[in-house]
Design a binder for this molecule. Structure first.
Ligand code: AMP
Ligand code: MG
Length: 412
């Protein structure tokens, strides 16, 4: 049996980033760039107005004030999307809209609110410093600049920038394809009759969505009966994927054949037990160059093991360097006994009061109690050496819930 730390280290040592692919920028959100993005354009391309108003020469309107208006001749009208055809002369103003490039000769924009227009004349009621209300060419992006280095995780603003510089396609790391196999004679699928002694294979659903949540593609291998033959043929199908992920059949029961079958198929087994609760039985090895995880069958154990080991592995494959969930410090709301020599992941609810996180357990921590996982926003970690957490102790909590931190009321 090995520690969680050692198990994770072993797993990650056998994982490397997948290949890359070119995708439409809109499909790149949340993915990791595998190329540097260098700007091919200057943005804005030209000095332009940041206001609706009048392009002027600052010198012409110096000293203008409500009690001392200055009148200029309006030479025309320039909407955004067009270029002025004539330079601005002395004593002249060009009516200009936000985003329109400044005419030659103009150096300042007077916002419309500080003007009065009469026919072909405009009265300026407020002087401005030279350069006011102008967005400078290149103030956002300069041609040739390195905008986003390879390794950047793409967010909507990155996509907006890539669009601005006419990058329609971008190179990113591939998404891991994860083959998901559920094992057990007791399992039926969601649309099958629940005969006596049967249960629905909920792991197929929770694991598939965890895979997608972690940025992968789930390949459903269905349910294998507890025979070596059935397991073998399904496992073989899974070997086309980037990761093989099974649940159940990895413990010491009479029908737990997952390890045997993986071994028959030639897996290089690295470990099969981890000092943790929930989720102690957990096989990991490399088969045909692909990582294979035999997760425990209990629904909570499968999910907690996924979080500790499979998610970081998938993120590494996807080119991420930040592999691990956010960790916060919270105050325990109640006593919680530890599990000697095991790292104990306690499902808990997190709440923030007066700038401090508080963690309350979701109750009964049995590894078959999936409701306690549904209610959990985090996993409190009780170290191997800690006999008991006392109410009021500070504990570390892995954050699971992406809704955490959102609020019902606006906050400023
Ligand atoms: P096992 O490790 O195969 O002995 O499974 C441990 C427990 O998890 C048993 O109670 C199984 O019925 C349950 N289990 C195994 N696989 C699944 C699954 N796919 N969905 C829900 N429960 C499962
Ligand atoms: Mg089983």
């Amino acid at each position: 049996m090995i520690t969680v730390e050692k198990a994770l280290e072993t797993i990650l040592a056998h994982i490397s980033a997948l290949g890359t692919e070119r995708v439409d920028i809109r499909s790149s959100r949340g993915r990791v760039l595998s190329e540097d993005i260098v700007s091919s354009l200057t943005i804005p391309p030209l000095d332009n107005s940041s206001m609706d108003g009048y392009a002027v020469r600052a010198a012409d309107v110096a000293g203008a004030a409500p009690g001392h208006p200055i009148t200029l001749t309006v030479t025309g009208d320039l909407p955004a999307g067009y270029i002025a055809t004539r330079a601005l002369g002395e004593g002249q103003a060009l009516r200009i809209m936000t985003g329109a490039p400044l005419p030659e000769g103009a150096d300042t924009v007077i916002m419309r609110e500080n003007t009065q227009s009469q026919g072909s004349q405009v009265t300026i009621l407020q002087a401005e410093k030279q350069g006011t209300n102008i967005r400078r060419a290149g103030e956002d992006i300069k041609k040739g600049a390195l905008l986003f280095p390879a390794g950047t995780v793409v967010r909507p603003a990155h996509i907006g920038i890539m669009a601005s510089i006419q990058r329609a396609m971008v190179s990113v790391y591939q998404r891991p394809r994860v083959a998901i196999l559920s094992t057990g004679d007791e399992l039926v699928d969601i649309d099958e009759a629940l005969g006596p002694g049967k249960i629905i294979s909920s792991n197929s659903y929770s694991l598939a969505t965890l895979v997608e949540d972690a940025g992968g593609t789930a390949i459903m291998l269905g349910i294998a009966r507890d025979t070596k033959k059935a397991l073998r043929s399904r496992m073989l199908e899974g070997m086309h994927a980037d990761i093989i992920l099974s649940s159940g059949g990895v413990s010491v029961g009479d029908y737990d054949f997952v390890k045997d079958v993986l071994q028959d198929l030639g897996i290089d087994m690295k470990f099969w037990k981890v000092l943790m609760r929930p989720g102690q039985p957990l096989a990991f090895g490399v088969i045909g160059g692909k990582p294979a995880f035999g997760l425990p069958g209990n629904p909570v154990s499968a999910m907690v093991s996924f979080e500790q080991f499979v998610r970081p592995a998938m993120r590494k494959m996807s080119g991420h360097t930040k592999l691990f969930r956010p960790l916060i410090e919270a105050v325990a709301q109640e006593d919680v006994p530890g599990r000697p020599d095991r790292k104990f992941f306690v499902r808990c609810r997190l709440a923030q009061k007066e700038g401090q996180w508080h963690a309350a357990t979701t109750g009964e921590q049995g590894s078959g109690i999936l409701m306690s996982m549904a209610e959990a926003s985090g996993l409190m970690i009780i170290p191997e050496t800690v006999e008991r957490i006392r109410a009021g102790d500070r504990v570390r909590v892995q954050v699971l819930d992406p809704e955490l931190g959102y609020s019902e009321t606006p906050r400023y």
